[in-house]
Design a protein around this ligand. Structure first.
Ligand SMILES: [Zn+2]
Length: 428
């Protein structure tokens, strides 16, 4: 009994310490930083586009100075006077995928990118870094943010779009707030959208470890109607007027549905508690994508909607890599360099396997691990060759997983551990 009391006193002290730390350096206000990432295959740049603020800070108030995952880039806020790290967050971006495409060899383009951070009380230096697939910084930009800068656009009085909770685990200050946006649903189709949003929350929360931590999540469906029903399909010559202007054929890949209108997405969630974005597209065509700490965009009326939305959320929430691979794709060395350990926690090149799931491989399981029907059925953790779009040189933790096949019934134990680490980093 006494031990329990002491432990709870210690936990209280820890909680109070971090809450105080937050209150010392930050206001209960969201600072939105809009950047543009520009460049091509050989050179990349970051530029500041705009700063704005809105009421309330809905992100983490603990673990402010650490990231659970490296990502393909990060933003860090340094105290201007002491140089202390006050806040950091990591991410990946559509721009960094684009620079690996053939188009980036001959064209220079720019992409929108938005980061939400707590509003600092004093001057900070913001440093944003982009990294390539070998972990090397390819673009660094530093700028000072003065909290009393009169050109930080104040949207705290702006009216939020109507929204409703389709799952409520608790208060937005403590929970992880996942915001769902409607894409390609007309005002008359909002009932269908809410039903799709409900399925999204239910489906994600039915998987471990989300299920165990369901009380740490809120899922908020925003009524973001579109003029047209459906989304743009350029390969069919079809362009629609929709809430976030998404389209298939991203990077000329037929099934790749994304939106480059990132500022628009954040306009739609203004003054709504938002930490993660899931955009549901009103179409029955298969497609979608998920980008770590950026957004998930997926199609809501394809028969594989349920497993796909969970898969894409695995990317956008926990930065999980794809465990699938295609034959004849090994000429593409752009996504994963075989001489470098990728940061995604569920794939390895064995360059630094100790930093991955070596501690989860049981004795007697050989490396690389041979696929057997028993191992597949039991989700036996090993080192199975094939993953990250490559048949050779990249390895996955189990034969099947939600990050590999739509038929898998769960995330593999390695993906589950990664997801849980991210959950606990945001909401202990
Ligand atoms: Zn997995």
């Amino acid at each position: 009994m006494r031990r329990i009391l002491m432990l709870s006193a210690l936990l209280m002290a820890l909680f109070t310490a971090s809450a105080q730390e937050f209150d010392t350096h930050f206001d209960d206000t969201t600072l939105r930083i809009d950047y543009t990432f520009s460049g091509n295959a050989t050179a990349q740049y970051v530029a500041l586009n705009a700063l704005s603020k809105s009421e309330g800070w809905w992100g983490r108030r603990i673990n402010l100075a650490t990231n659970p995952l490296k990502g393909n880039g990060d933003l860090t806020l340094y105290d201007k006077q002491s140089g202390e790290v006050l806040y950091t967050t990591s991410f990946s971006s559509l721009f960094q995928e684009w620079i690996t495409t053939p188009e980036a060899v001959s064209v220079t383009r720019s992409f929108e990118f938005t980061i939400l951070a707590p509003m600092p009380k004093h001057s900070v230096d913001a440093e944003i870094v982009l990294r390539n697939n070998r972990g090397e910084a390819t673009a660094i930009m530093r700028h000072t943010i003065e909290p009393n800068d009169r050109l930080i656009h104040d949207y705290s009085k702006a009216e939020a779009l109507p929204y409703e909770y389709v799952h409520r685990g608790g208060s937005s200050k403590e929970c992880i707030d996942v915001v769902i946006l409607a894409e390609g649903y007309t005002p008359e189709q909002m009932e269908t959208y809410i039903e799709d949003a409900r399925i999204t929350a239910e489906e994600i929360l039915s998987y471990e470890p989300f299920n165990t931590h369901r009380d740490k999540f809120n899922f908020i469906a925003v009524y973001s109607p579109s003029k047209d029903s459906g989304v743009s399909v350029p390969q069919n010559g079809l362009w629609c007027d929709t809430a976030v202007g998404s389209n298939f054929l991203t990077f000329y890949m037929e099934r790749y549905l994304t939106s480059s209108n990132v500022y628009k997405m954040y306009d739609l969630v203004r003054n709504i508690p938002c930490e993660h974005l899931v955009i549901l597209a009103n179409t029955d065509t298969y497609g979608g994508g998920g980008i770590y700490n950026s957004y998930t965009l997926t199609t809501a009326h394809h028969p594989a909607f349920r497993p796909v939305v969970v898969h894409e959320f695995g990317h956008s929430f926990a930065g999980l890599g794809d465990e699938y691979f295609y034959a004849n794709s090994d000429s593409n060395d752009e996504m994963h360099s075989l001489s470098h350990e990728p940061w995604e926690q569920n794939i390895t090149t064995l360059v630094d396997f100790g930093s991955k799931w070596a501690d989860m491989v049981a004795e007697g399981v050989e490396i690389p691990t041979a696929v057997t029907s028993e191992r597949t059925a039991n989700y036996t953790v090993g080192v199975y060759e094939g993953g990250g779009y490559r048949t050779k040189g990249v390895y996955r933790p189990t034969d099947v997983c939600r990050m590999r096949n739509n038929t898998a019934e769960q995330f593999c134990p390695v993906c589950q551990r990664c997801i849980e680490r991210v959950i606990l980093h945001q909401a202990e």
